[in-house]
Ligand binder design. Sequence first.
Ligand SMILES: [Zn+2]
Length: 255
Amino acid sequence: MPSREHYKDEAFVVRTHDFGEADRIVVLLTRDHGLVRAVAKGVRRTKSRFGSRIQRFVQLSMLLYPGRNLALIAEADTIAYFGAGIIEDYNRYTAGCAALDCAAAVVGVAEGEAEIFDEVAQFFQYLQHAADPVLLLDALLLRLMRHAGWAPSLFDCANCGDPGPHCAFAPAAGGAVCSQCRPVGSMKPAPAVLRLMWHMANRDLATIAPTASQLGEVFPGGSTALCAEAHRLTRAHLQYHLERNFVSLAMLSED
Ligand SMILES: [Zn+2]
């Protein structure tokens, strides 16, 4: 056993890679230590004590020993298993994997590791039964962006603060923008789209699908078209800020 002080933490598995004869390298989203790369020794042997638990969509309680490159997983117990409704449904499964990848990307640059972890746990709870996994994922992405400090403004103008609702949206400007501040090439969402996104970012996850149905009743193309627009804006905003952030992180590490 390594001599450095061990610690307990809660974790979700983000991804795993087989390593050596029977080991597995595991990337963990932890509640108190952010992203942790760890080795789970002997877990590919059938006799492994906890190998079967080290998989996605399981909330785990772990005992970890820090190492120079990799932590060592000494114990792993199940707190909650969310896989049942997720792993047999392709759309829920891909949404769940995307949620883990995005949380892992954001946790290193964001404030509030524990809050991010709790957002993901709550998301999995609802994802198990979600009729529209993409809508639920977009809601989580908006919340993760808030922790990272890149949340789009969804009501006030992101540039001058003029109260909305506004009819233009530009990721580079910070979200919703007024007609004075609107950059060339801004997206032009209907007010209902930004209203839905505001709900997605701020309200209980259980209320999002009903809100989308309600707002969709008076939206051309119905709630399907409304959610598709919210999806387009959310992903455009996320992509712009993730790319910008990773470029700046890459430049920092070159110093
Ligand atoms: Zn403005």
